[in-house]
Design a protein. Structure first.
Length: 118
């Protein structure tokens, strides 16, 4: 599967953004999908996941209640709705995919920059 993330940009604190990740190749619905992020000088961290079969969602504590992961299997697209953004959310955001639940998905998109600043 090939992944292409988009939707990043500059937003003020308290604002919102929606990231998208377009998938092509093997059947999108077969994959558990992930969002990760990496801030400057920091390690990559897990943000959210949505399980392939039942749509269960998981979030890191730092984004729980503010971010929502979702998918549209008919459009082969993954989303991340981000609300109440703060400067600590500034990072490159990556979508990723794997046929199983894992800490290190096999397939990655190229990343999209999110900057939260006034």
């Amino acid at each position: 599967v090939q992944l292409q993330a988009s939707g990043g940009g500059l937003v003020q604190p308290g604002g919102s953004l929606r990231l998208s990740c377009a998938a092509s190749g093997r059947t999108f619905s077969e994959y558990t999908m992930y969002w990760f992020r990496q801030a400057p000088g920091k390690e990559r961290e897990f943000v959210a996941a949505i399980i392939r079969n039942d749509g269960r969602t998981y979030y890191s504590d730092s984004v729980k209640g503010r971010f929502t992961i979702s998918r549209d299997n008919a459009k082969n697209t993954l989303y991340l709705q981000m609300n109440s953004l703060n400067p600590e959310d500034t990072a490159v955001y990556y979508c990723a995919a794997d046929l199983k639940a894992t800490d290190n998905p096999a397939h990655w998109g190229q990343g999209t920059q999110v900057t939260v600043s006034s």
